[in-house]
Design a protein around this ligand. Structure first.
Ligand SMILES: *Cc1c(COP(=O)(O)O)cnc(C)c1O
Length: 393
């Protein structure tokens, strides 16, 4: 029989679950987009986005998904023929690099593979070697949503600074901003790229660049920047309409306002980081038990590089597509599919608007699927419950 009923539980790593209040904030008529409330509301968004990224730099909002914000960052800092150093550790940094190649940028890669994190020392060593300063920027992802690796941005930033090399440091925080500690200015990041639909709990459609002073210098040195992507228009124009390169995404702005109220004022950013850490620790405790009894395996080998936003599980010969279909059709649970890897697997998203009943429900329902499909495992629920209960006591 099927027990699928009621609201489907979406446990994919983005879009994440949106708070009701965020959705309700969009249920309203369009505002005047030339003056008044929406203009003032947007000022508050910039202030609060900068608080989330921990930067005194500028923020720019784009009507685009994360891929769009990647291109924005490249188009405002680099020219055809420039070289970037891509620190690959899964799928997304390499994808960002390929987008650069389409813009005529040369890509050099340090590849940490699919199961490990970028080694900061290797980055420093490569930059020290580059005495002619051919490398113009270093591109990395804080949490790679495919592999679920968590790169140490602070350590990579320190290695770049210690090398004395002037390359810009550009970080993709699309999956991680709002969910895990991030300190753009303190860690020496020049450009941060983010999007609204993961830790920031807002329906997909807008994305962000955060811009530090060295990135502005790079922008101002360029001969030409595609006008619709230009940071200058977005951040320096007095005309509100031009700050969006056209009509602003009014309803996404209302939604983001509600989401940032929840994140910054109700819960608090650091409390949200702590909640994510507890819930992620519960996921890992549970999955580790599953692994002990059968074919499953955590993708990221080193425990300290397993992320607090998403967990990738390898199924090693077990058909993960069947497992996901079973969880969905029998129980109404949607797990993330594996992307960018050779073998088979699934992903559990645990970023954003997530609480213990939701997460424990996901874990227990996944375990029920392992059981009904006869996939060998030890039960992990007790371990997950213990993590949550210990954190609360
Ligand atoms: C989701 C994601 C992207 C892509 O964002 P889209 O909004 O789907 O274009 C890029 N990088 C990371 C780390 C992501 O998690």
């Amino acid at each position: 029989m099927t027990l699928r009923f009621g609201r489907e539980a979406l446990s994919i790593p983005g879009p994440s679950v949106f708070p009701d209040r965020v959705l309700q904030a969009m249920q309203r008529p369009a505002p005047n987009i030339y003056e008044g409330e929406i203009v003032e509301l947007t000022d508050t968004l910039h202030r609060d986005l900068q608080r989330v990224a921990r930067t005194e730099g500028d923020s720019a909002i784009y009507v685009a998904n994360g891929h769009g914000a990647w291109e924005v960052a490249l188009a405002n800092t680099l020219s055809p023929g420039d070289t970037v150093l891509v620190l690959a550790s899964g799928t997304f940094a390499a994808g960002w690099g390929r987008m650069g190649e389409a813009l005529g940028i040369k890509v050099e890669t340090i590849d940490a593979g699919f199961r490990g994190a970028v080694d900061p020392a290797a980055v420093g060593a490569r930059l020290v070697e580059d005495t002619s300063h051919t490398i113009k920027a270093v591109l990395v992802v804080q949490i790679d949503t495919a592999s679920s690796v968590w790169n140490d941005i602070e350590a990579i930033g320190a290695a770049i600074r210690a090398s004395g090399h002037p390359a810009l440091f550009m970080v993709d925080c699309i999956a991680s901003l709002g969910s895990v500690p991030y300190e753009m200015d303190a860690w020496g990041v020049d450009v941060t790229v983010a999007a609204c639909q993961k830790g920031l709990m807002t329906p997909p459609g807008i994305s962000f660049n955060f811009i530090g002073p060295r990135a502005w210098e790079a922008r101002d040195r360029l001969d030409r920047v595609p006008s619709h992507w230009d940071w200058d228009l977005r951040c320096r124009s007095d005309i509100y309409y031009l700050q969006f390169g056209g009509t602003p995404p009014t309803h996404h702005l209302y939604a983001l306002r509600a989401a940032l109220d929840i994140l910054l004022d109700e819960e608090g950013l650091e409390a949200a980081w702590r909640r994510h850490h507890v819930l992620a620790t519960a996921v890992r405790a549970c999955v580790e038990r599953w692994c002990e009894g059968g074919p499953l395996e955590l993708n990221i080998i080193e425990p300290r590089h397993r992320s607090d936003a998403v967990t990738t599980v390898l199924t090693n010969g077990v058909d993960a597509t069947e497992l996901r279909a079973h969880a969905r059709d029998t129980y109404g649970l949607v797990l993330g599919l594996s992307i960018g890897m050779d073998g088979d697997g699934f992903r559990i998203g645990h970023m954003g608007h997530l609480n213990p009943p939701m997460l424990l429900g996901t874990l227990a329902t996944t375990e029920a699927s392992l059981r009904t499909l006869g996939i060998e495992h030890r039960s992990g629920i007790e371990a997950a419950v213990a993590v949550v209960a210990d954190a609360a006591s």
